[in-house]
Design a protein around this ligand. Sequence first.
Ligand code: SF4
Ligand code: FES
Length: 252
Amino acid sequence: MSENNVVKFIITRQDSPEEESYTEEFEIPYRANMNVISALMEIRRNPVNAAGKETAPVNWDMNCLEEVCGACSMVVNGKPRQSCTALIDNLEQPIHLEPMKTFPVVRDLIVDRSRMFDSLKKVKAWIPIDGTYDLGPGPRMAENKRQWAYELSKCMTCGVCLEACPNVNNNSEFIGPAAVSQVRLFNSHPTGEMNKEERIESLMGEGGLQDCGNSQNCVQSCPKGIPLTTSIAALNREMTVQSFKSFFGSDK
Ligand code: SF4
Ligand code: FES
């Protein structure tokens, strides 16, 4: 139960991408089982700050409300995470909400995660099919491979691992752990495997795996428990093998 039945927030706000950020404090009535999103909804319903002054409603992103879409990422009490699963009862007050710093701010807590989607394009994180005829059920995968590939497929492009990684910032082109792990996922697929070398090649240049500093923050922060450092290690090995193959002029 919260002190005096209120929940206190300090929210970092920014009116547009060009403007300076500032903080604004809010106090809202406590309800059992609230999470950060339901608290933000309450502020939107009654946009009055802690000083009693009417203000613009706080903006944030959300969709699924069950930690599947990745849209609601923000920094809650200093930790990047999904706000839809951040329960008020588990958070120290005042609760600090900030946008992730790795991505440009669109407004208040909304950031532009294009950097992540551009990285997925760079590494060709898809399986090419031409769509002109029925491909049938496709090749079978061994059950143990299917199981770990399924874990990798849970990535929701939320950006939390990029926010946690010290090597992903404005001065670096590093694509970050999520896209690296997607290379491992698509290379493990019997059809996707056909473009395996191309994907590994995309990790070899600037912004690729050489920029990983092995801080291991990513694997600790991922809300889906994706084994990111295992993917990074596996691809480092594959890059070495591919470099040898290229050096000796063999693709076998
Ligand atoms: S790997 Fe995990 S933390 Fe990173 S974008 Fe995917 S789900 Fe989010
Ligand atoms: S709203 Fe989809 S992950 Fe939180």
